[in-house]
Design a protein around this ligand. Structure first.
Ligand SMILES: Cc1ncc(COP(=O)(O)OP(=O)(O)O)c(N)n1
Ligand SMILES: Cc1nc(C(=O)O)sc1CCOP(=O)(O)O
Ligand SMILES: [Mg+2]
Length: 208
């Protein structure tokens, strides 16, 4: 499967009271990967929500990725995204199997991406590219890094951090394969607007 297009990421605070309708609206517009990102320790809610997303993703033929938690991903038979402090990649690959999608946060460091590639990552993620409401403190990355990454890394390249429809096009032009977006997608004030944004993010790849 080609990892290219919109990578929608959920946010439990932003989606309070509209979690499934907003996610379904995004899927309706077209989502290559959907990440379930919930930073709480409420294990039963996490399992319940992740199961609901797995069902929705199956219906829309979208790949589900669980943030941080390889055990939960294994339980659902889906992929995982691991940051630099979320545990090593190699055992996650062993746990999830060869076919699973495993992503790795590489901040603005090519060396981390090369290491992730050696350890079996499916894609590498760089960021943050712009000011992020969701994660203001994340280290900054720029398009020069993206050019270098494109030349050196063979894996799909994901970009993240403050991405909106107004600033995403240059990232695609500099070689990004996946646009990972929270606020720029789910910050919309209606389900119709979420669907419109999802379509518009995907259209950036059609012209690239
Ligand atoms: C696609 C994608 N890229 C980066 C991250 C950030 O992961 P991490 O650094 O582990 O931070 P948290 O998201 O866990 O707070 C991500 N989740 N997804
Ligand atoms: C979860 C996350 N990780 C980042 C990184 O740079 O690694 S930036 C980020 C937040 C992405 O949300 P938004 O699209 O609302 O900025
Ligand atoms: Mg993490």
């Amino acid at each position: 499967m080609k990892l290219r297009g919109l990578y929608a990421i959920t946010d439990s605070q932003l989606l309070t009271g509209k979690f499934l309708p907003y996610v379904e609206a995004a899927l309706e517009g077209g989502v290559t990967l959907l990440q379930y990102r919930d930073k709480s320790q409420d294990q039963s809610r996490r399992l319940r929500e992740a199961e609901a997303l797995a069902e929705l993703c199956a219906r829309y033929k979208t790949q589900l990725i669980i943030n941080d938690d390889a055990e939960l991903a294994a339980r659902l038979g889906v992929g995982v995204h691991l940051g630099q402090t979320d545990g090593p990649l190699t055992p996650a690959r062993t746990l999830l199997g060869r076919e699973a999608i495993i992503g790795s946060t590489c901040h603005a460091q090519l060396e981390l991406a090369e290491q992730a590639a050696r350890e079996g990552a499916s894609y590498v993620a760089f960021g943050r590219f712009f000011n992020s409401v969701t994660k203001p403190g994340a280290p900054a990355a720029d398009t020069a890094l993206l050019d270098q990454a494109r030349a050196r890394i063979k894996l799909p390249i994901c970009v993240i951090g403050g991405i909106t429809l107004d600033n995403a096009a240059p990232l695609v032009a500099h070689g990004a394969d996946l646009l990972a977006v929270i606020h720029g997608l789910f910050g919309a004030d209606s389900t119709q607007e979420v669907t419109r944004r999802a379509r518009a993010f995907n259209a950036l790849f059609a012209s690239a």
